[in-house]
Design a protein around this ligand. Structure first.
Ligand code: SF4
Ligand code: FES
Length: 216
């Protein structure tokens, strides 16, 4: 595989063909913030916090570093006034979902978010998909998934699979930037463990369903 030479923040960086800008930056010790990226998972491009500026063939564009493949002589800027503005608005919006998230609070400090401009949302999940994708791609269990679409989209555990797989695993817990997955699991477990329970948890919502048991 041939090598690609590009410029990131004024530094020459050599990387392999097919790498993403994020991979190239990381290999050179250049920090780009991420929320939905995980090195073991396929790129997803949901959060856009990794937005960087690229200059190619005389044009400047804003792209997601975790998705964009490197090109020979590509010029990349990982910080600029415009990039910081984009990241700041994203953090403000995400904080409306999960104001207690330490990860988001650190980003808020970095990008000087002073007040919450967006209306609070009744969910701690920022839909980064890390838990869902990790369970599907790495564990190959699909014990957790997304339900609904648009603003109603949320993460749910599938009780039939979770009851067999999740108790010993829980590897997705440490990936979640907001601890929403832990909360959803605990609620699912508590409600479905209750003898004769007719409830199932969908994110922050509890709905009636067939009795199910989560075994310890
Ligand atoms: S529960 Fe956590 S890890 Fe899963 S999609 Fe929501 S924020 Fe991401
Ligand atoms: S880390 Fe690139 S879009 Fe989320």
């Amino acid at each position: 595989m041939s090598e690609i030479l590009l410029q990131i923040d004024g530094r020459e960086v050599k990387t392999r063909e097919g790498a993403t800008i994020l991979e190239a930056a990381q290999s050179a010790g250049i920090d780009i913030p991420t929320l939905c990226h995980h090195e073991k998972l396929e790129p997803y491009g949901a959060c856009r916090i990794c937005t960087v500026e690229v200059e190619t063939r005389g044009r400047t564009n804003f792209v997601a570093a975790c998705l964009y493949p490197v090109e020979e002589n590509l010029v990349v800027r990982t910080r600029s006034e415009k990039i910081d503005k984009i990241r700041k608005v994203l953090v403000e919006w995400l904080l409306a979902h999960a104001p207690e998230s330490r990860v988001l609070q650190n980003l808020a400090q970095e990008y000087r978010v002073k007040e919450a401009r967006f209306e609070k949302e009744p969910s701690f999940c920022i839909l980064c998909g890390l838990c869902v994708r990790y369970c599907a791609e790495v564990k190959k269990k699909n014990a957790i998934g997304f339900a609904e679409r648009g603003v109603r989209r949320e993460v749910i555990f599938i009780p039939e699979i979770a009851s067999k797989e999740c108790w010993k695993c829980q590897e997705c817990f440490s990936l979640c930037p907001t601890e929403a997955v832990q909360a959803t699991f605990l609620l699912t477990e508590a409600l479905c463990n209750y003898p004769g329970s007719r409830f199932r948890v969908h994110g922050s919502t509890v709905r009636q369903c067939q009795p199910r048991n989560l075994e310890p």
